[in-house]
Design a protein around this ligand. Structure first.
Ligand SMILES: Cc1ncc(COP(=O)(O)O)c(C=O)c1O
Length: 450
């Protein structure tokens, strides 16, 4: 059985540097990590774990010794901050009302209120909602809706993208890590490359030319497989690459021409992450918007889809049939989270501090050639580390070393594709937190003589 692990999703837990990092942990923490590894099924991206936590609050996670780390990953649930007091209070009040669950076939006020709120903030024309416990299931609902409505069953999505685990989500996802060894995945799942302006394979520099090449890949498939139900994508990739407006406008017009859905997965990018309430607002309105993570306020697992009224025609079917599809606690957490984001101008903060942090990182790149590229939108930023600015060879070993150095300095992040530092802090951060990130990186570069 082959046991090598791809670096597509992130840093892995089997490296020498991970073992070295563990040497510095306290005996109590080591014991907890060992106990965890004794009882949980081992997986490349989770168990054995990096560290154990005693608390998560605001933009920070805290280890067992109370050391805080500014968390630039947060698994995407922390847009309004971890353990948000406003959200917690609302959820506790809901618990005290003795309405923590409603069996299917019944509704409740929090569910209706959250659905109405989402419709009011979603791009115009998206006004029908369906909830479920997790993002992978929400992707499944979106694809099923597209298949049912169009009467077609093939899909196009993007290599290297992540849309969740399970057969449907991993089939439209483009990472082999989640499919190899599982036998046939969902048939008819076609993939193309996501636009990449910094690392396009043709060595092109002009955005329009690059877009044309990537759009051509979609056209080639559509020409041979016109029976497509949907194209599924994150509007901005996880790394992130920020496509041009032209790209998504063209893709949307192809979707219209071929009678297929455009599904935007905003499980990470929704709720202010990119400096707008929804990343779609930078581009076009999709047929289905998929939300998750922050929708549960970091307290509850919750996700869902918002789509158009004209697709409300499946009275005879059930594309989502989940025990917790109208869970009042999850809905209360979701509504309170959105209220908090709005009341505290977190979307604006994301846009403003995102620009500031990007500028600081670009300036750092002028002194340290390991920074090959800085890309992003709002507080959704990626720093592509290279061995050589010209060849753009990925600085994989260096990236991992930098990650552990930053951990020691109280800044935690995840690496994607082996060499890209991804920065998605809570939207409650301040300018000082941005400076803390830049200083931690600078110190790490100095420490390993870059
Ligand atoms: C873009 C994206 N889509 C879908 C998912 C799946 O969500 P969940 O883990 O809630 O199933 C994730 C989770 O990381 C994600 O980042």
């Amino acid at each position: 059985m082959p046991t090598s692990v791809s670096l597509e999703q992130g840093d892995i837990n089997q490296s020498a540097l991970r073992s070295e990092y563990h040497q510095h942990l306290s005996p109590e923490t080591k014991k907890i990590i060992e106990e965890d590894a004794e009882v949980f099924l081992h997986q490349a991206l989770s168990t054995p774990v990096m560290n154990a936590l005693s608390k998560t609050e605001g933009a920070f996670i805290y280890d067992m010794n109370g050391k805080p780390y500014l968390d630039l990953h947060g698994n995407g649930v922390h847009n309004a901050g971890f353990s948000n007091a406003y959200v917690i209070e609302k959820v506790i009040n809901q618990l005290k009302r003795s309405l923590a669950f409603t069996p299917r076939r019944y509704t409740n006020i929090p569910a209706i209120d959250l659905a109405k709120k989402l419709v009011s903030i979603a791009p115009a024309g998206l006004n029908r909602v369906l909830f479920c416990p997790g993002g992978s299931e929400a992707i499944e609902m979106a694809v099923m809706l597209a298949k049912q409505i169009t009467g077609k069953w093939k899909t196009i999505s993007f290599w290297d993208s992540y849309h969740g685990t399970g057969f449907q989500a991993a089939s439209v996802g483009g990472e082999e890590h989640f499919s190899t060894g599982n036998g046939p995945m969902v048939p008819g799942s076609f993939h193309v490359e996501f636009p990449n302006y910094y690392r396009n394979p043709w060595g092109l520099a002009n955005t329009d030319d690059i877009d044309e090449e990537y759009i051509r890949q979609i056209k080639i498939i559509l020409h041979r497989h016109p029976d497509m139900s949907a194209l599924i994508a994150e509007p901005i990739s996880a790394t992130p690459v920020v496509p041009s407006q032209h790209y998504w406008k063209e893709v949307q017009s192809l979707c219209k021409r071929y009678g297929m859905f455009l599904i935007f997965d905003e499980i990470i990018e929704g709720f202010g992450r990119t400096g707008k309430m929804f990343a779609s607002e930078h581009y076009v309105t999709p047929d289905v918007l998929v939300l998750g993570k922050t929708l549960g306020g970091g307290l509850m697992p919750f996700a869902g889809i918002i789509t158009k009224d004209e697709y409300n025609v499946l009275q005879h079917r059930s594309v989502g049939h989940f025990t917790h599809e109208k869970n009042p606690l999850c809905c209360t957490a979701g509504l309170a989270t959105i209220e908090y984001i709005e009341a505290n101008d977190l979307v604006e903060n994301s846009a403003k501090l995102g620009d500031y942090l990007m500028d600081q990182l670009k300036a750092l790149g002028e002194t340290y050639p390991i920074i090959g590229n800085v890309a992003g939108k709002g507080l959704h930023i990626g720093v592509d580390l290279v061995k050589n600015k010209k060849t753009k060879e990925r600085a994989v070993k260096e990236a991992e070393a930098i990650m552990y150095h930053c951990m020691q300095q109280g800044v935690a992040f995840k690496i994607i594709e082996g060499n890209i530092i991804t920065m998605r802090p809570s939207l409650v951060i301040t300018k000082d937190h941005c400076d803390m990130i830049v200083t931690a990186l600078k110190n790490s570069f100095e420490k390993i003589n870059l």
